[in-house]
Write a protein that binds this ligand. Sequence first.
Ligand code: ARG
Length: 595
Amino acid sequence: MNIKKILLKDLEDCFLHLDYPFDDLSLSFSNRPEEFDYTCNSAFSLAKKMHTSPEIIANSIIANLKQDIAEVSFAKPGFINFRIKDEVLSKYLNDALSNSRLLLETKETKYKVVMDYGGANVAKELHIGHLRSPVIGESFARLYKLLGDEVITDTHLGDWGLQMGLTIAQLKDDGYVAGYFDESKTNKKITLDTLNEEYPKASLRKKTDEEFCKRAEVYTKYIQEKKEPYWSIYETIRDISVSRIKLNYEKLNCYFDLWYGESTSSKYVDEVVKIFKDKGLIREHEGALVVDVAREGENIPIEKKNPDDPQLYKNPMPPVYLKKSNGADVYDTTDIATIYQRNLDFNPDKIIYFTDKRQFLHFERCFRAVKMAGISPENQDLVFVGFGTINGTDGKPFKTRSGDTIKLEDIINLITTSAQKKLTENGFDENPELALKIGVAALKFGDLSNYPNKDYVFDIDKFASFEGKTGPYIQYTGARINSLLKKAELDKTKLEFLDSMNFINISDQNQRNIAINFLKLQESYYSCYKESSLSPLCQAIYDFASSYSKFYNDTRILTEGDDNKKNSYLAISHLVLRALIQATDVLAFEIPERM
Ligand code: ARG
């Protein structure tokens, strides 16, 4: 049973009977929740079409509704309001409680989806710019799975670019890898700290030292050709880097099916280039192989000063680069080859990318190229979810006090420290595990409650607060229920019994509010899916948790003398806990036992 569907069916039958067009049928949650649950606004558009008053239309609809599950009433000038009967809501909650998915339906059409997020770069340290992709991507992966899609997640490491050559050149200059080149010499041990020092050094040098930069480009090419000893050094760097990246992602509850990288697709590059060549799509440009992807109107010619000048364009959609003039692969190459590889391996209906929105043009160009070449079938959806910047409370990109980019690990530490402070205030001992759990919730909820494409302010104190629309507040609500159930001495077996006994009997407005907010929560998963944002879920889970808090504060649960009432209260509480767990699992944080 789905309450909204039953109401819609009643409306549809009525529309059919009255010969009203279905296009005008609408039903949404009421904005007068104390009195009504759903509202239908169809009378307004119908009245316009039929040159009559909304009141007449609304009443004709009401007169023809079965009204089995809701009391229906008219409100001026043309609203049709529904108030679901208490016993119907009770039955729905009881049914949900005895269902492992809490009656959350899966989508009718299910897809196979590859999700590409994380995207850490080997040899470079993770920084604040790498926070949103794993956070948003992981939650989307969980949402899609919950709604029935088959999801394959791939972190797509940045492991094929110039940073690799730069790092090796610097390591070589600093004597770390002498033994790789000359057996009589020894290598110095390379650790993560080494990489954290060497790459930034190399990156600085690149700007001023031309010889160094050229050498790094050559080394990058060598790696791409798997030439020794460059390849072995590369593999060492990659392993050191990846183990650390994994650790950080795990702290954020981000797990990937595939730890592939740009390098994984390199074996397909030749095939891919051939496909473009055979289709006549390749143009040579100063020794590089490019594919033009601009469409009509996007290439605005700049007037030539001399007839012999080359034609230049204003704001063009730049061509895709398949090969650099030295034959090396670039970012475009690996992304295109990766689409080819994913189609060979999985043939997905959709591939979704989660990166900084400034990469829009890169993906748009790659998507166009693979469609032109037939590497991505016509009906395959290639989706780019671009996200905005994380700002400090001053409204500028979040930086350290000294103005440096802040490391991802430091962000996690900052928020964990803030969570520990709150715990200490509440009388808890030092508890790093719990503090991390809360910190992660603070960070994720703070991010996900925004639409991805929006910038947001990283306000640690606000995010880590146990009150208001925050992750810790959601956790706190759940932890309170955990303690309540413990105090009621309900262990796992007793809870299973509680869930199966249809104890819930809604008897006041607080309980109704929980029920309606539960319906809203269930619907919000679908809004998230449609809107490509977790924001609707964050709002719904907050409203839901708040409605429970009100009930909790107003109701004497454990001391209730009437067993039927007490069981109903406990069952409602357990339903709320389970719904919070289902929702926070999508947001990829946990409800603690206590906090
Ligand atoms: N490594 C890239 C970066 O740091 C992100 C990778 C995103 N995914 C992709 N398929 N290009 O910007």
